[in-house]
Design a protein around this ligand. Sequence first.
Ligand SMILES: [Zn+2]
Length: 234
Amino acid sequence: MSIANTKNCYICPICEYYGSFESVKPESGERKYAQCPKCGSLERHRLQYLVFKEITKDADIKTMSMLHFSPENFFRNIFKTMFKTYVTADLNSKNVDRREDLTKLLISDNAFDFIYASHVLEHIKDDMSALSEINRVLKKNGTAIISVPVIGKYTIEYDKPNPHEYDHVRCPGDDYYERYKFFFTKIRIYKSTDFDEKYQPYVYEDRSSWPDTMPSRPSVPGEKHIETVPVCFK
Ligand SMILES: [Zn+2]
């Protein structure tokens, strides 16, 4: 165990804050060491950013374009200075460049080098159409990061959106990224274990029992869970 962890101090790779991270308390329960108090990033965002830096380290992204769906503000501020063209989109938010339904994008084929949509697909019943659309508007050799919250081994589809889980329509499992294979030529799954623990890319959460408002979530032992980032290549 590193010195950083014995003190519960970490480094945020997004804003370079060093110190203790804060718990968050969504309806599903407390997640320890989750949030950077400076930029607001969560575990998944820090892991995604580490992956993004890794996969773009030799790329000339100043010449490239990104479509960012449901943009997080701390990423928006970084990405808009990095890419030649940076476009934000969302179905409901007004604070974006384009109002778009991810299952039927009003965007031409082969338009973007990068597409970023974190924790979006678990809100979309017709996720296969969304994946098809992401693939369609990606350029050849383009890259998409399409993370979802994975809990348990198998994906569970809900009968209707759960308002206690931000209207999630399913609980994705380890098998969820199999769906991506219908659309992309190659998928690489990065994990928390691929990076230094000093960035706190794990989810510390009691998943052994969930509140009654989320009965379909599977029970998972342990308090420290691995987060995943699927990188998809067209
Ligand atoms: Zn931060």
